[in-house]
Design a binder for this molecule. Structure first.
Ligand code: HSE
Length: 440
């Protein structure tokens, strides 16, 4: 089948921000022009205006360049604005203005959606335009479309995922090659995986942005990034990765959202993942999300979570969606951005101390008679049952005791840990890592 150019009408795209994702989006529209045209029928995508402070060398076929992205917003020939500036302030201004002047917007900006999404989506709805953001979560994996559309008939119970490629790359290299955290982070920055501020990756903010967006669509609740519990991976040590492996686990940085009764858990933290689980085999910059829903059961989505091609794939998919349903949008045919047309529920968010989990503990102690008995009796006193114990000799008369607990409430475990840390023979703060559960 061939597409005749003469029969086509053009949908003009303005791109604000011409870094990795902006340029990747433009390249993809050009490279896969024919495939996109065959999918779209009579409409063709054309990049007509780019706002960038950087170099324009090697870019052809674009009529207009601006330094100020507001010029793209105000360009009457631009039908859809792509926001790939990143960050919060400038991006917020550009997207808000574009929605106000009646332009559809596609953004890859997870921080923007997680932080200002409620306001921006309201604004889009009031102005009869769309704000799409598939590329904001898990790069090339169409996870938002799956949650919103593919699983629309289900009650989603929980989802858990590896949603930061940089963090997963670091943990994979530490686990497989025993490399130091700081060395691998430097490499991830060089490879272009990390955020402009890599603390967003390693301290869990980036994953929390993505988790808040997924949870909102999965459960039908307003975006609640500021209520997400966040713990990063920067304090993980090689010893813990090694001992976890001896116990049959790897350590992954997970985003977990769970709906139970009228209460939602949203948490990002390192977790022991059993080597039998599919998520355990997701290595490098790969992302993966397991969704457990009723009646479908567990489904797994995996693929590249970062990089120009993967992110552009999702940006252009959103552009194709917009091109397929031109304005004015019929309400009956509109897929709601957060998945639910009405009855969004402001669920209570469970405090992290209220969760129930199994735990990995590492306790550095002086090698004295009775120290193990003291620790286990403190756990027993709190009603915390032990699943496994290993003891490792270290230098300087120091021994490492590694304990896996059965399920207990985090608040109860925290009190027991405080008592353990007050024992004279216990040296450093106790290391505590949650164990991920993938049961319904
Ligand atoms: N820094 C992010 C990551 C990029 O490593 O996953 C994609 O959101």
């Amino acid at each position: 089948m061939s597409v005749s150019l003469s029969d086509s009408c053009f949908l003009n795209i303005g791109i604000c921000g011409y870094g990795t994702v902006g340029r990747g989006t433009h390249d993809l529209i050009v490279k896969n022009e024919n495939t996109i045209a065959r999918r779209l029928g009579d409409v063709r995508l054309k990049v007509t205006h780019i706002a960038s402070r950087g170099l324009r060398e090697g870019v052809s076929g674009v009529n207009k360049w601006s330094i100020d992205p507001i010029e793209v917003v105000n360009d009457p020939e631009v039908d859809i604005l792509v926001e790939t500036i990143g960050g919060l302030d400038a991006a917020f201004e550009v997207v808000k203005k574009a929605l106000l002047v009646g332009k559809d917007v596609v953004t890859a900006n997870k921080a923007l959606i997680a932080t200002h999404g409620n306001e921006l989506l309201n604004l889009a709805s009031k102005n009869g335009v769309r704000l799409l953001f598939e590329s904001a979560v898990a790069g090339g994996i169409p996870i938002l479309k799956s949650l919103r559309e593919g699983l629309a008939a289900n009650n989603i119970n929980w989802l858990a995922g590896i949603i930061n490629g940089t963090g997963n790359y670091i943990l994979t290299e530490m686990g497989n090659r025993q490399r130091l955290f700081s060395d691998v982070l430097r490499e991830a920055q060089k490879l272009g995986y990390a955020e402009a501020d890599p603390s967003f990756d390693i301290e869990g903010t980036d994953a929390a942005h993505k988790l808040a967006i997924m949870a909102s669509i999965a459960f039908g609740m307003p975006l609640a990034f500021n209520k997400t519990y966040i713990e990063g991976i920067s304090s993980l040590e090689l010893d813990d990765i090694k001992y976890a492996s001896e116990l049959g686990y790897c350590i992954k940085h997970l985003g977990i959202a769970r709906l139970s009764e009228r209460c939602v858990q949203m948490r990002v933290h390192p977790a022991l993942v059993s080597l039998d689980e599919l998520l355990a085999s997701v290595d490098g910059v790969g992302n993966a999300v397991v969704v457990h829903a009723d009646p479908v059961g567990s489904t797994l989505y995996s693929g590249p979570g970062a990089g120009a091609g993967a992110t552009a794939s999702a940006v252009v998919a959103d552009l194709i969606d917009l091109a397929r349903s031109p304005k004015p949008i019929s309400h009956a045919h509109k897929v709601p951005s957060l998945g639910f047309s009405k009855l969004m529920t402001d669920y209570e968010i469970l405090n992290i101390t209220g969760i129930e989990s199994e735990y990995y503990l590492r306790i550095n102690v002086d090698d004295h008679v009775g120290v193990m008995a003291n620790i286990t009796s403190l756990l027993e006193k709190s009603g915390i049952s032990i699943d496994a114990v290993i003891q490792k000799e270290k230098s300087n008369n120091c021994v490492q005791i590694v304990i896996l607990t059965h399920i207990c409430i985090e608040r109860v475990l925290n009190s027991a840990i405080a008592e353990i840390e007050s024992l004279e023979s216990v040296r450093n703060p106790v290391v505590r890592i949650r164990v991920a559960s993938f049961e319904s």
